[in-house]
Design a protein around this ligand. Structure first.
Ligand code: GLY
Length: 567
């Protein structure tokens, strides 16, 4: 009895205590999952395990990527997909780097003002909800491109575990049940009929995705044509057009993923390899890292007043440039070399002062002569041969456009909202775009997805990425800094509370509970607008770190159901 009373007292005291923010800078404390040589970290345990099983069979990281991405399409329909798109950055065992762009494209019938009414105002919801929001999906073509170039096992072996998983069913987690409850009303609003995810699914229930399994079988048997032509294409086009959308069979047939040159830059003794346009992630982060490089951020302390100020001001300037200069490189000319040069970035930082915030209203893009969703998903992979992958894939919003091709068992994206529907007007992430990201037929919409690989001493050091729309860029940035500058292990770096600034709106957002009020008051006194109460979580990072002893530490974000697996 005494023991029980003591326990109750301890519990009471614990719950009544004002919880101080945790000091995460704990000198490379290793708290994450450890593996000897091979690891997958993704949004669902099922997907991580399927990727790892492929590597156990002798497959490489690229084989594991195909298997993991398809498994996420089954186990994590919130953002995993075959009806969306993504980006992948790789580094092979012998140090070769590259990037794949399997981003969605605007249909041929798309036009600049398609989301505006006759008075030139944005029609609310048209670019986010329903069939008009759908971009031509890129995921399936992307996976075939990866397999063609780097795959070592037959595609059929990589897709089969996902077919089996879809038929067997996936257990609903608590977080998934909550998300489904939040989104259910959109499913009936958009589709007009009941779809499989409409049921009142509870934690512990099993959902079988039988129609999705059949689509995956067609892809297994017919290759990319199993998705972009024939039965599946017909289902998609008929359904999208029935709901008022504009995608055609020709749009699907003509979709092509593209190999791109990644953005590569040095930060102190790190080499950072990240995604190039049409993602803004690599360029924005290169600008932020270059802006902070002359400062000794480690000496300021993790999430200290000076660190938050420095990063916020660097972010403000980078996001202002993002909104003006960045778009699909196949359509617009982007001055990449200048944008990421130390000289240009440090000139932009000349107006930075420790005394006072720079109001965003006084800051425009830099002079050079000459949007998005939190419902994306990221995974990192390292194999036993030394290859590494960082891939981020998305439907844009949670469950994308909510258009569910019931016959095929999958959701379609609402990626069209990542275009700038009306230059100067914010998209669903509050991001302002300019002409560079205006809608054109066949163009790719600007992204913030930032799959990134970091090298140190010419060896693989880290694979990192996140969902989070506009907050992806700053989540990736802070995770790398947490390890490199603030001496955290991978899991602690992922767990550490994050903050975000993106030029407009002129506000710095802090994760709830992770920052004390003294810091926020000090920032306010210097002219920063801060937001913490009711702010959403910022990013959901999945990452892998190579430890000094050669083993791997996974960082699987506790903010989701994310999980590391490996051997
Ligand atoms: N749709 C999220 C992004 O591409 O950044």
């Amino acid at each position: 009895m005494k023991k029980i009373l003591t326990l109750i007292t301890i519990f009471f005291l614990f719950t009544q205590c004002k919880v101080a923010p945790v000091d995460y800078a704990q000198n490379n404390k290793i708290t994450g999952f450890i593996a000897d040589s091979s690891m997958v970290v993704s949004a669902r345990e099922e997907a991580s395990k399927i990727g790892v099983a492929i590597m156990k069979k002798g497959g490489n990281a690229f084989d594991a990527m195909v298997a993991t991405e398809l498994a996420l399409a089954v186990a994590y329909p919130f953002a995993g997909n075959i009806g969306g798109g993504g980006f992948m950055v790789y580094r092979t065992h012998d140090g070769k780097t590259g990037a794949l762009d399997y981003r969605e494209k605007a249909p041929q019938a798309a036009s600049k003002n398609m989301y505006l009414d006759e008075n030139g105002n944005i029609i609310q919801g048209k670019s986010t909800l329903g069939a008009m929001a759908v971009g031509v999906p890129g995921t399936v073509d992307g996976l075939f491109k990866v397999h063609q170039k780097f795959g070592s096992l037959p595609f059929s072996e990589l897709i089969q575990p996902s077919i089996d998983l879809a038929n067997k069913g996936v257990v609903v987690t608590k977080k998934q049940a909550e998300r489904l409850a939040d989104y259910r009303h959109f499913f009936s609003e958009v589709n007009g009929t009941k779809i499989i995810l409409d049921n009142d699914w509870k934690e512990g229930d099993t959902i079988k995705y039988v129609m999705l399994a059949k689509t995956l079988e067609r892809i297994r048997d017919l290759g990319r044509d199993g998705f972009y032509k024939g039965e599946t294409a017909e289902m998609m086009v008929n359904y999208v057009q029935k709901l008022g959308g504009i995608i055609t069979k020709a749009d699907l047939e003509n979709y092509k993923a593209k190999w791109r040159t990644p953005i590569e830059f040095n930060y102190k003794d790190l080499k950072i390899i990240s995604m190039s346009p049409p993602s803004s992630g690599g360029i924005c982060n290169a600008q932020i890292f270059k802006a902070i490089e002359p400062f000794n951020i480690a000496s300021y302390g993790h999430n200290s007043l000076k660190s938050v100020q420095l990063l916020t001001e660097a972010e403000r300037r980078a996001y202002a440039d993002r909104s003006y200069y960045l778009g699909d490189p196949d359509f617009v000319k982007i001055p990449i070399d200048t944008l990421i040069s130390s000289k240009y970035v440090q000139k932009r930082m000349a107006s930075f002062s420790w005394d006072k915030a720079t109001p965003s209203s006084t800051l425009k893009h830099g002079k050079i002569t000459g949007y998005e969703s939190d419902e994306t998903t990221h995974y990192s992979i390292v194999d036993q041969y030394g290859n590494s992958i960082s891939a981020t894939t998305t439907l844009n919003g949670g469950y994308g456009s909510k258009v569910f091709v019931s016959e095929g068992g999958f959701f379609l994206n609402n990626e069209m909202d990542d275009f700038s529907s009306k230059p100067g007007t914010p998209n669903m992430f509050g991001l302002i775009g300019a002409e560079a990201n205006a809608i054109e037929p066949g163009k790719r919409m600007l992204s913030s997805m930032t799959p990134t690989i970091v090298e140190k001493n010419n060896r693989f050091y880290m694979s990192v990425g996140s969902p989070g729309g506009s907050t992806i860029i700053t989540s990736v940035l802070q995770t790398i800094l947490n390890v490199y500058e603030f001496s955290m292990g991978m899991q602690d770096a992922v767990n550490a509370p994050r903050f975000h600034h993106q030029w407009l709106p002129d506000v710095v957002t802090f994760e709830p509970k992770g920052f004390d009020s003294l810091l926020l008051n000090q920032l306010q006194e210097k002219g920063y607008q801060t937001k913490q109460e009711n702010s959403v979580i910022l990013g959901k990072v999945d990452a892998i770190l190579r430890l000094p002893n050669g083993k791997l530490e996974g960082g699987a974000d506790y903010r989701g159901d994310d999980k590391a697996a490996g051997f």
